[in-house]
Ligand binder design. Structure first.
Ligand code: ATP
Length: 234
């Protein structure tokens, strides 16, 4: 569904991403692992048109989308949940959700909000509360809910577990699994390898701007040398 090929991104003279290829398929979670500064966030931002790539290709259902703005990509079905969630703290939960629905018609948005409240009862309970008053885990649910408002085919997730209490991390990962199980293709960057491997299908390991390993989550978990190499660097 989403195919990234030979992506290169530079910050001036720094070649942060050097020929990265990865893909995400409907109903599956592709997990991107790598130590700090490996180029994971840079890759996601370039894929989503938030940074200019030097070269490469990003295809959505076979059609080139690299260079298209994030705004256009959302209309085409690719949405990103950024690191730190970026919810609007002074807007209510419901207003935050509606901000994600600018690509859909009003009746559709109404139906989608109702569907999200069904999936995330905590958001329904808190619907009139300013987003900034939610706990970290609740804010992450809100960020997921907001992303779902545009009825996406592909969701790009940047470190959804960041800053969350350990107990909350597994709950957030279960939500990511549920998201994929509805048929969405998920491309997720995570530092929390153990929790993320437990729900992922495919793994891409990135080091110094390059992909050094790809395989199934099962193989990644049983390949202790790989895990040690990764954890040793992390
Ligand atoms: P993290 O988990 O810490 O976000 P990451 O794998 O997502 O790590 P990136 O943030 O993509 O890594 O950074 C990749 C490289 O690009 C690093 O060497 C980083 O120092 C560099 N870099 C990131 N942002 C900028 C920037 N705005 N200007 C210059 N260099 C940058």
């Amino acid at each position: 569904m989403l195919e990234v090929n030979d992506l290169h991104v530079s910050y001036g003279a720094v070649n942060a991403v050097r020929g990265v290829s990865m893909s995400a398929s409907a109903g599956r979670i592709t997990l991107v692992l790598g130590s700090n500064g490996a180029g994971k966030t840079t890759s996601l931002r370039a894929i989503h048109g938030l940074l200019k790539a030097r070269s490469g290709s990003v295809k959505l259902d076979g059609k080139e989308i690299l260079g298209r703005s994030a705004h256009r990509q959302v209309r085409q079905g690719v949405v990103m949940v950024p690191e730190g969630r970026r919810i609007f703290p002074s807007l209510t939960v419901e207003e935050n959700l509606r901000m994600g629905a600018y690509t859909v018609s009003r009746p559709d948005a109404q139906r989608t909000v109702a569907g999200i409240y069904e999936k995330f009862p905590i958001l329904s309970e808190r619907r009139s509360m300013p987003g900034g008053l939610l706990s970290g885990g609740e804010q992450q649910m809100l960020a997921f809910g907001r992303a779902m408002m545009s009825q996406p085919k592909v969701v790009l997730l940047d470190e959804p577990s960041m800053g969350l209490a350990p107990g909350m991390v597994d709950r957030v990962m279960s939500r990511v699994r549920e998201m994929a199980d509805t048929g969405i293709a998920v491309l997720m960057v995570e530092q929390n390898a153990d929790a993320a491997l437990a729900v992922a299908d495919d793994v891409v390991l990135v080091q110094r701007g390059e992909v050094v390993w790809t395989g199934t989550a099962e193989n990644a978990q049983s390949d202790t040398a790989l895990v040690h190499a990764f954890l040793g660097e992390a």
